[in-house]
Design a protein around this ligand. Structure first.
Ligand SMILES: [Zn+2]
Length: 150
């Protein structure tokens, strides 16, 4: 994968977390850069230098042509494409946030990203709601992108 790994500016607030109790993503050579840059307040997608296809989440290959995708900085903004409200959840770290919205966000750059909106009153969310990213500092090497109305 190509693209500037260290070049972007933060696009969203990074909120420190006292103790992260939710599962952490398993970092690997495809997604590690994504999670590390999220820890720095940046939201990346991938763009294929060969065909121009943009995709999220990080993958080793372009899903359109099989090319080698490059990283692309986003502005961390989009609109809610669709969403659901989670009202039951047995895992304690999630249960504490009930009810919360999980949304498909259509980024200004095109791709859809899947994300949670903890702390946001579900009554404030509808299809088309403009949203912005923020990040929970889940670990030293991992930021978790979340969304809120802007
Ligand atoms: Zn491609």
């Amino acid at each position: 994968m190509t693209g500037n790994p260290d070049g972007g500016a933060p696009v969203g607030e990074v909120v420190e977390v006292e103790e992260w109790a939710k599962p952490l993503p398993g970092l690997d050579n495809v997604n590690e850069h994504y999670w590390r840059t999220a820890r720095a307040g940046r939201l990346l997608i991938q763009e294929c230098p060969r065909c121009g296809h943009r995709q999220w989440y990080p993958r080793a290959l372009c899903t359109a042509c099989g090319g080698d995708p490059a990283w692309l900085e986003t502005a961390g903004r989009g609109v809610v494409h669709t969403y659901t409200v989670i009202r039951q959840q047995g895992i304690p770290a999630f249960k504490a946030e009930l009810p919360y919205v999980v949304a498909m966000v259509e980024l200004e750059e095109g791709p859809m990203v899947f994300g949670s909106m903890p702390g946001v009153d579900p009554a404030l969310v509808s299809i088309g709601t403009p949203v912005e990213v923020w990040f929970a500092a889940a670990a030293d090497d991992t930021g978790v992108p979340y969304w809120r109305p802007r």
